[in-house]
Design a protein around this ligand. Structure first.
Ligand SMILES: CC(=O)N[C@H](C=O)[C@@H](O)[C@H](O)[C@H](O)COP(=O)(O)O
Length: 229
C-alpha cells in the first residue's frame, strides 16, 4: 500500500485542498472496472488532482494501490432516496477498503439504518485518521452535518434531494449560503462543468472543488458534443 505523508485527519484534509476529481463509472458501463478506475485516478493525479473520489469497495482498494493522494470513498447502494453510503456498515466498508475520507449522505431523509451522526461517529471512533465528508443537499443538511462532527462539508447533493433546484451548473446560491454559515472546510461538488465554473467557485472561501462528469465520464461528454450538431 502506498504510504500517506501525514495520516492524521488534519493531514488528510490539508492534502485534499484544491481540485478533487471523481472517477466513477456506473454499473453496466464500458469503463466500469476497477482497473480502469485505478488508471483514471493515476491520469487525473498526473493532471493535478489533489485527491480522487471513488465509488465501491473494489474500486476504492484499487485506487488506494494506484495513487498516493487521499482517496475519498463512497458506496452507492440503490438509486432512490439515500444511496450514498446509506448505513454505518457501508461507511465502515469504505474505510476498510482504504478510503482516507468517507463520503456519507448527510441529508435528513430516511436511511437504510442509523443516522449521519452515528455513521460519522463510527468512523471517527473505529478508524483514527479517517475523515468524514458530509454530502449535503441544502444549508440545513450542512448545518446539521457540521454539528454532527463532519470534517468536510460537501454540496454534492444540491439539486438531487428536492430541497434545491437542479441548476445547470453549480448551485451558487447554496454555495454562498454554506460559505456564510459553515466553518468546516467546504467542498463544492455537483455540475462543475467548465474551467470557468472552477474559477467561479474558487472566488469563494472554499477548501476544494470536486469535478466528476466533465473530466471522467466520456459518454456524457461525448453527448454534449454530439447534441451540438
Ligand atoms: C448526485 C450524485 O449521485 N453524485 C455522485 C457522487 O458521488 C456522482 O455521480 C457525481 O458524478 C459526483 O458527485 C460529481 O459530480 P459531477 O459529476 O456533477 O461533477
Amino acid at each position: 500500500m502506498a504510504d500517506q505523508v501525514d495520516i492524521t485527519i488534519d493531514g488528510i484534509i490539508a492534502a485534499s485542498k484544491g481540485l478533487i476529481v471523481s472517477c466513477q463509472a456506473y454499473p453496466g458501463e464500458p469503463l466500469r472496472t476497477p482497473e480502469v478506475t485505478a488508471r483514471m485516478c493515476q491520469a487525473v493525479v498526473e493532471g493535478g488532482a489533489v485527491a480522487v473520489r471513488v465509488q465501491g469497495v473494489v474500486d476504492i482498494a484499487a485506487a488506494r494501490q494506484a495513487v498516493t493522494v487521499p482517496v475519498l470513498g463512497l458506496i452507492k447502494y440503490g438509486h432512490d432516496g439515500v444511496y450514498i453510503t446509506p448505513s454505518e456498515a457501508h461507511a465502515r466498508a469504505c474505510a476498510m477498503a482504504g478510503a482516507s475520507i468517507v463520503a456519507i449522505d448527510a441529508t435528513g431523509r430516511e436511511r437504510l439504518s442509523g443516522s449521519f451522526a452515528s455513521a460519522c461517529k463510527a468512523i471517527h471512533d473505529e478508524f483514527p485518521g479517517v475523515a468524514v465528508m458530509a454530502d449535503c443537499g441544502s444549508l440545513e443538511d450542512a448545518l446539521r452535518a457540521e454539528d454532527a462532527g463532519a470534517d468536510l462539508i460537501g454540496t454534492t447533493l444540491a439539486g438531487y434531494t428536492g430541497d434545491r433546484p437542479k441548476t445547470a451548473g453549480p448551485d451558487f446560491e447554496l454555495i454562498d449560503q454554506v460559505c456564510e454559515r459553515i466553518t468546516k472546510p467546504i467542498v463544492v461538488e455537483g455540475r462543475i462543468h467548465t474551467v470557468e465554473h472552477v474559477r467561479q467557485v474558487f472566488e469563494r472561501p472554499i477548501h476544494a472543488a470536486c469535478v466528476g462528469t466533465a473530466i471522467t465520464h466520456p459518454t456524457t461528454i461525448t453527448r454534449w458534443f454530439a447534441d451540438a450538431i
